[in-house]
Write a protein that binds this ligand. Structure first.
Ligand code: ADP
Length: 421
């Protein structure tokens, strides 16, 4: 009955012919918006309880969330694609996009980065999956159990665990919970599946499964051995069980992303896919994920999409190797809950390695950060931009980074004169 249906969960996005699914969230209840969705052309509303609209417009289920998940699982089992599941604290979207871009578009499906949750992933599968042979799916977790739910919908044949860090630890409960939660992708992969995991001791100690390949920096089955920057490109040396590879990237600089390429190489080998690696070499990072451009000789790094301690560490390491003098415009790392003060203290230590730090403190959570390199703190983008401009010289590098909620791209846009990187 729902074969070709397009599902919508936000009544503001309802359109002629769609099916509206009323979900109960923390803030509001979709059942309150059934009327509005029908008014905008929804042909049916999937609901858990009575709503004051014509009966024939309602489809009753016990749990609308589970309804979406089960329907997506049924669709996937009908087409039976090879599923590559990707999780980790940092780099999911970029890694998924790298794999996807190297495959023919008719061959692979991937879920958009913001549709990677227990609601988003089913929606992406139901609305956009068209029976492709490979489904490359990023899987996000907020709390232990989330990845198990996602694996029930789409059980990975290849389970990629990129890394385990502190991102969203305020929501997850702590680093141990994050590790436990992310390991679920290995525990819940297909019985004949293969896991590709970061060669991090904390992860390896907890893995009992046998079908495991490791990747990392200078260790693992697939690893980044070394890398250098030449003008505006990166030369990276990889070792794999099938020999060495030298890749020249025109737009990837971030050492974390370069390490994740080792996982990408492992995925292709596991799937026995001969891909044209020049597609990987020419991969353009997703906006806001460490995109580098040079303006008047200065390296400008747009890493505004998000931030965690680990991605900051990697960004600073990369910056130090890229620029003569290094600067950063930074904002809060959000979703740290009771860890917030500790996180920002730690961030201050990481930033000590730079030549100058500008704090964009619109939310003030970062006010607890101490760092001797702070040039100024301001909630005014123009104040930051004019001081920063006065300091920069050719070959210097400047990073723009904060959690999504800070909208650091506004400062970057002002700095670059309106154009994003
Ligand atoms: P996610 O989808 O997991 O949020 P993204 O691909 O959007 O990841 O990248 C988010 C940030 O993580 C970017 O700033 C990127 O440079 C950084 N990053 C990517 N891989 C790593 C890694 N292995 N370690 C630390 N940071 C990384």
């Amino acid at each position: 009955m729902f074969e070709n249906a397009k599902f919508v969960i936000d009544s503001r996005e309802a359109f002629e012919g769609c099916v509206f699914v009323a979900l109960k969230g923390e803030k509001t209840d979709g059942h309150l918006y059934v009327n509005e969705a029908l008014g905008k052309g929804a042909v049916l509303a999937v609901v858990e309880r009575e709503v004051d609209v014509p009966k024939e417009k309602l489809f009753f289920v016990r749990n609308t969330r589970i309804f979406l998940q089960e329907l997506a699982a049924q669709k996937l089992s009908r087409y039976n694609p090879t599923i590559v599941g990707i999780t980790g604290s940092n780099g999911k979207t970029t890694t998924k996009e790298m794999i996807y871009k190297c495959l023919d578009s008719g061959l692979a499906f991937r879920n958009p980065g913001n549709l990677n949750t227990e609601i988003g992933l089913p929606l992406a599968v139901l609305n956009d999956y068209e029976g492709q042979k490979y489904a490359i799916l990023e899987m996000a977790m907020n709390k232990p159990g989330d990845i198990t739910t996602l694996c029930r919908i789409a059980q990975p044949h290849v389970a990629v665990l990129l890394n385990v860090g502190t991102a969203h630890r305020g929501v997850a409960g702590g680093t141990e919970q994050i590790l436990t939660g992310k390991l679920e992708i290995v525990q819940n992969m297909h019985k004949d599946g293969i896991a590709i995991v970061h060669s991090d001791q904390r992860i390896l100690e907890r893995i009992k499964e046998r079908n495991v390949i490791t990747f990392g920096f200078q260790k693992g089955d697939y690893y980044l051995d070394n890398y250098t920057y030449e003008s505006l490109s990166t030369v990276a040396f990889y070792r794999t069980p099938n020999g060495s590879k030298v890749l020249r990237f025109s737009t990837i600089f971030n050492v974390g992303q370069l390490i994740n390429v080792a996982a990408v190489l492992a995925v292709f080998d596991v799937l026995k896919l001969e891909v044209d690696l020049s597609k990987l070499e020419n991969f353009v990072p997703v906006t806001g994920r460490f995109k580098v451009q040079q303006i008047e000789g200065v390296y400008i790094i747009d890493d505004t999409y998000n931030a965690s301690l680990e991605s900051f560490k990697v960004a600073v390491e990369t910056l130090k190797k890229l620029g003569k003098k290094t600067y950063a415009v930074v904002g809060s790392i959000k979703e740290q809950g009771s860890f917030s003060e500790e996180t920002h203290k730690e961030l201050g230590k990481i930033l000590e390695q730079l030549d100058g730090v500008f704090v964009y403190n619109i939310d003030h959570e970062i006010d607890t950060m101490e760092c001797s390199k702070i040039v100024l703190r301001s909630d005014q983008p123009d104040v930051i931009v004019s001081k920063l401009r006065s300091l920069l010289n050719p070959k210097d590098a400047v990073l723009f980074k904060a959690s999504r909620a800070i909208a650091m791209e506004n400062v970057l846009k002002l700095f670059t004169g309106g154009s994003t990187v």
